[in-house]
Design a binder for this molecule. Structure first.
Ligand SMILES: Nc1ncnc2c1ncn2[C@@H]1O[C@H](COP(=O)(O)OP(=O)(O)OP(=O)(O)O)[C@@H](O)[C@H]1O
Length: 272
């Protein structure tokens, strides 16, 4: 059984199906991508999976649990979290404190451990935060204010903030928006490092060089429906994808960019 399973998932906004009959799996330790043109329904899918918008039809299970009626914060406690397109960093908090705020995952027994082991949580969170910053290569910026960082570094911090709590699955909504090619490549490398720590990632992004090269498995969405899925090589060669999304010339251009991006393609033969 996959960690996340969507079966026949539909989201209807006043008669418009933003998602229609979607079947999608995310397996533990894999990076799964979802691509599609503007308005295809990618963010709606993340909203539906994380409980930010109601599912009209279909079923979603996470770690074997049916998510019907489960609130977004309960899903986060189960280890299912997301990022948002906007950065939403706390500008008056240091980088470390931005991550500390997110790393705190309250548990029912935390009041007990706080009594018998005061400060335990803070130590634990600080370790997690330092771990996430180290993977992102930003440990030397821990005491910096977000306003003193470059746009690329701010994006890395916002992703690190979602990953610091070590959730089981993080859904990333366009983490590479506004990054240049080298920053995007760096982000991709860092994302794959997180997979080595019992985490799973789901990525939507318009940067095809990133998605085609770092994902193990990709789904393609068009007008709310999945029109193709497979390994990056399969998706890149799919005629329906080329005509609906990439376009003949874009396919060649992105494939070229993917080839330049290099080594990560060796990971792409695994299925999701
Ligand atoms: N809350 C909402 N109420 C009504 N319609 C919505 C809502 N959210 C999204 N939509 C519509 O659903 C469709 C899918 O939008 P969505 O934002 O999911 O697409 P997307 O693939 O993420 O687009 P982009 O790549 O531009 O971010 C669009 O037609 C959008 O206008």
């Amino acid at each position: 059984m996959a960690l996340l399973e969507a079966r026949g998932l539909s989201v209807n906004y006043g008669g418009l199906y933003a998602n229609k009959d979607i079947d999608l799996d995310c397996h533990t330790g894999k990076l799964v991508g979802l691509i599609g043109p503007n308005g295809a329904g990618k963010t709606t899918f993340i909203d539906a999976i994380t409980g930010f918008t109601p599912v009209s039809e279909g079923k979603v299970t996470f770690d074997g649990v049916d998510l019907a009626g489960v609130s977004p914060d309960q899903r986060a406690l189960m280890g299912l979290t997301r990022t948002f397109q906007s950065l939403e960093l706390f500008e008056d908090l240091s980088v470390r404190d931005n991550l500390m705020a997110a790393a705190e995952r309250p548990k029912w027994h935390s009041f007990l451990t706080d009594i018998v082991m005061p400060g335990r949580n803070e130590r634990q969170f600080k370790e997690q935060v330092d771990w996430a910053l180290e993977i992102m290569g930003l440990q030397d910026r821990a005491d910096t204010l977000p306003s003193d960082l470059s746009h690329g570094q701010r994006k890395l911090i916002s992703v690190a903030r979602a990953l610091a709590a070590k959730p089981k699955l993080v859904l990333l909504d366009e983490p590479a928006a506004g990054l240049d090619t080298s920053e995007s490549q760096l982000l991709g490398q860092h994302l794959r490092e997180f997979l080595e720590h019992d985490m799973s990632l789901f990525l939507i992004d318009h940067d095809m060089g990133l998605v085609l090269n770092v994902c193990d498995y990709i789904y393609v969405l068009d007008f709310g429906k999945i029109i193709a899925h497979g390994t990056p090589a399969e998706v890149r060669a799919d005629p329906a994808v080329i005509s609906a999304y990439l376009g003949e010339s874009a396919g060649e251009e992105q494939a070229q960019r993917g080839a330049e991006f290099g080594a990560a393609t060796t990971t792409t033969e695994a299925t999701s």
